[in-house]
Design a protein around this ligand. Structure first.
Ligand SMILES: N[C@@H](CCC(=O)N[C@@H](CS)C(=O)NCC(=O)O)C(=O)O
Length: 204
C-alpha cells in the first residue's frame, strides 16, 4: 500500500508551500492539514520542535522544511546529479532563506516606530542587495535558481514568493524579470497548475 502523507501547517503558503508543491509535482497524494492560529496552542506541544510545517509519512512525523524539501526533491530528480550540483542548489536555497530571515523580524515587529525604522533600512539596503544577488543568480542560470534547470530551489522561491512580497512590502518581482521567470515556469508546470486549481486561495 502507498504510504500516507500529511502536511501540517497554518492556513497559509509560506514554509509549507514548497513541500506542497513538491508533493504535487511528484503526483504524491497528501492530506493538506491546515491548523488555524486559534487552534495552534492545542497542537504545539505535540510537534517535534513545537513548530510547523511537518510532514507525516504513515506514523512518522518529519520536520524542518528544508530537510523535507531536500528529501522529496531527491525522490523526484530535482536535487542535482552529484554532490557539487546538490551544493549549488543548497546555495540558492540558503540564499533565499537568508533573505527571508533578514526581512522577517521587521514584519513581526510590534513597536510601530521601531518597525518603520527597520523598514527604512531594509528598503534602502537589505532588500535591494538580496534582490540584486538573487536576480543575477537567476539570470546566470537561464531563469532558474541553480544549474540552469529545474531544481527544488525553484520550488522554494515559488512557494514563498507571496510571503516574501508580504514581508518586503513590495512586489519583489516587478523589476526582476529573471526571478519572475523562475516562478512563472514553476507555476506553468501542469501538476502545479492542477494544485492551484484545487488548493485554498491565499496570497502568501
Ligand atoms: N526551521 C523551521 C522553521 C519553522 C517555523 O519557524 N515555523 C513557524 C511558522 S513559519 C511556527 O511554527 N511558528 C509557531 C510557533 O513557533 O509557535 C522550518 O524550516 O521548518
Amino acid at each position: 500500500m502507498a504510504p500516507k502523507y500529511t502536511v501540517s501547517y497554518f492556513p497559509i503558503k509560506a514554509l509549507a508551500e514548497p513541500i506542497r508543491l513538491l508533493l504535487s509535482y511528484g503526483k504524491i497524494e497528501f492530506e493538506d492539514n491546515r491548523i488555524s492560529s486559534e487552534e495552534w496552542p492545542k497542537y504545539k506541544d505535540s510537534m517535534p520542535m513545537g513548530q510547523m510545517p511537518t510532514l507525516q509519512i504513515d506514523d512518522k512525523v518529519y520536520y524542518q522544511s528544508n530537510a523535507i524539501c531536500r528529501y522529496l526533491a531527491k525522490q523526484m530528480g530535482l536535487a542535482g546529479a552529484n554532490d557539487l550540483e546538490a551544493m549549488e542548489i543548497d546555495i540558492a536555497v540558503d540564499s533565499i532563506h537568508d533573505f527571508r530571515l533578514k526581512v522577517g523580524p521587521a514584519h513581526y515587529e510590534t513597536d510601530e516606530t521601531l518597525k518603520a525604522k527597520k523598514y527604512e533600512e531594509l528598503t534602502a539596503e537589505t532588500i535591494p542587495f538580496f534582490l540584486k544577488k538573487l536576480e543575477a543568480r537567476a539570470a546566470a542560470n537561464n531563469g532558474y535558481m541553480a544549474l540552469g534547470k529545474l531544481t527544488w530551489a525553484d520550488f522554494i522561491l515559488t512557494g514563498i514568493a507571496g510571503y516574501l512580497k508580504l514581508i518586503c512590502h513590495q512586489d519583489i518581482f516587478a523589476e526582476n524579470p529573471n526571478l519572475k521567470s523562475v516562478v512563472d515556469k514553476v507555476l506553468a508546470l501542469p501538476a502545479i497548475e492542477a494544485w492551484y486549481a484545487k488548493s485554498p486561495k491565499c496570497d502568501f
